[in-house]
Design a protein around this ligand. Structure first.
Ligand code: PNS
Length: 169
């Protein structure tokens, strides 16, 4: 593929907070596209634990830590429609991580609707690696809130911020 045809991938999500599963997808996605944009979604309807800025900072901290392995990634916050944002940043494709069967219905609907909004932007799925099959931000928060050990699900820095939020020593 010539230099003129750079592929820009957009990996959107809530990232509340970023987990080892997200990082795995970011590392792998960055290898299959020329430029990877991580889109951190503001969703007024969702009650987030971390603010948009905090979620972005946590992701950037992890990119910094892995900077020898990833060079073509940037983090951008967005609100409103994903497909409008994808058009704005000239993304050629949307990347989503896929875990268990339970993710499928939701992802299937979202991909179908998004394709109707803009059929020129494809959604592709990276299957979560075995180690990360079960990690979800939602359960990470719940486990941490109940003082369980989340150290194998999230990076150290995220663990520290989570413990802070829940006032856990
Ligand atoms: O990490 P998540 O919470 O599964 O990410 C969901 C996200 C942010 C990708 C999705 O909610 C989204 O695209 N939101 C933007 C609003 C939008 O475009 N909605 C229509 C989807 S068909």
């Amino acid at each position: 593929m010539g230099l003129m045809n750079k592929i820009t991938g957009l990996y959107p999500g809530s990232f509340d907070p970023i987990t080892n599963g997200h990082i795995d997808i970011i590392l792998r996605a960055s290898k299959v596209v020329d430029i990877l944009i991580i889109g951190v979604a503001e969703n007024e309807k969702k009650k987030h634990l971390f603010s948009l800025k905090e979620r972005k900072n946590l992701i950037e901290g992890q990119l910094n830590k892995n900077k020898s392995r990833i060079k073509n990634v940037k983090v951008v916050m967005f609100d409103g429609l994903l497909m409008s944002f994808a058009e704005k940043v000239n993304a050629n494709l949307i990347i989503r991580g896929l875990r268990a069967v339970s993710d499928f219905d939701y992802e299937f609907q979202m991909t179908g609707m998004n394709a109707r909004l803009n059929s020129t932007i494809e959604t592709v799925f990276l299957m979560a690696s075995e180690r990360h099959q079960f990690i979800s931000s939602r359960f990470v928060k719940e486990i941490c809130m109940l003082d369980g050990d989340v150290s194998s699900f999230v990076p150290e820095e995220v663990h520290a911020k989570l413990s802070n939020k829940f006032n856990i020593k």
